[in-house]
Design a protein around this ligand. Structure first.
Ligand code: GLP
Length: 242
């Protein structure tokens, strides 16, 4: 893993945004995987700024959201699609027809997951996948457990993950959906390049186990050790256990 440590979270975000802008210059038709979450917000803000300055052109790119809650639609204030629209999509020139997300209210969620795998394959696979990490070591909504699922799938969220996401639901854990849809570990590991961002002391232990720990399904991010091109953007606090 290529670990890049920055003094502050803001600096890590700026570096990640520049990384995306460079990838777009080299590959204008880039298929970009994008997470929701608090951590990438600085990077998304910088990407909107770079776009406004004529330094990041998404006109030929496509985007695939990493995951979504089940049981709420994209207009819901807690949905990741809405979060991404607010923090990134509204400020860059991604073609809506090439901006993909999982539909948490599809009538057949299994078919919806299969449709998503096919859409990623039709785009030629993910060229650059941005990732955050959960404090429990999850990536996307691939939760710690006895096994991991390779393909895009429906997942039951752990209590701790529901609590971590309560902010999107007015701080009320009871309103956080119990289930979600997520790219699988195979979907993630097939991306050409992975760029993870983690900031804050709360992520330090998960980052340490991701980088140094054994490969284990109880730390899904540890499987990133198997990938040949993983860049990790950290602030000093998230790197403190390394
Ligand atoms: C969420 C999402 C992940 C995200 C992670 C960290 O549950 N499913 O894609 O990376 O948790 O979120 P945050 O950046 O808000 O800490």
């Amino acid at each position: 893993m290529d670990i890049r440590t920055f003094e502050t979270a803001a600096e890590a975000g700026l570096a990640l945004a520049r990384r995306v802008a460079d990838a777009l210059l080299r590959t204008p038709s880039l298929a970009l995987g994008v997470p929701a979450g608090r951590t990438p917000r600085d990077a998304y803000g910088e990407l909107r700024r770079l776009h406004a300055a004529g330094e990041a052109d998404f006109s030929r790119a496509s985007a695939f959201l990493l995951d979504e809650f089940a049981g709420i639609d994209s207009a819901h204030s807690g949905s990741f699609r809405r979060f991404l629209t607010q923090h990134l999509l509204s400020g860059v020139n991604l073609d809506p027809a090439r901006t993909h997300s999982l539909n948490g209210v599809a009538s057949d969620l299994r078919a919806e997951c299969e449709r998503y795998e096919e859409a990623i394959a039709a785009a030629g696979g993910l060229g650059l996948l941005l990732l955050g990490i959960g404090a429990n070591g999850h990536i996307g909504f691939n939760e710690p457990g006895d096994s991991l699922t390779a393909r895009t799938h429906r997942v039951r969220l752990l209590d701790s993950t529901q609590r971590d996401n309560a902010g999107l639901f007015g701080g009320d854990v009871a309103r956080v959906p119990r289930e979600a849809l997520s790219m699988g570990m195979g979907t993630i590991l097939r991306a050409d390049t992975i760029a993870m961002i983690a900031t804050g002391e709360g992520k330090a232990a998960a980052v340490e186990r991701m980088v140094r720990g054994p490969l284990t399904t109880t730390v899904p991010a540890s499987f990133l050790q198997m990938h040949r091109r993983v860049e990790v953007y950290l602030d000093r606090a998230a790197a403190s256990a390394l």
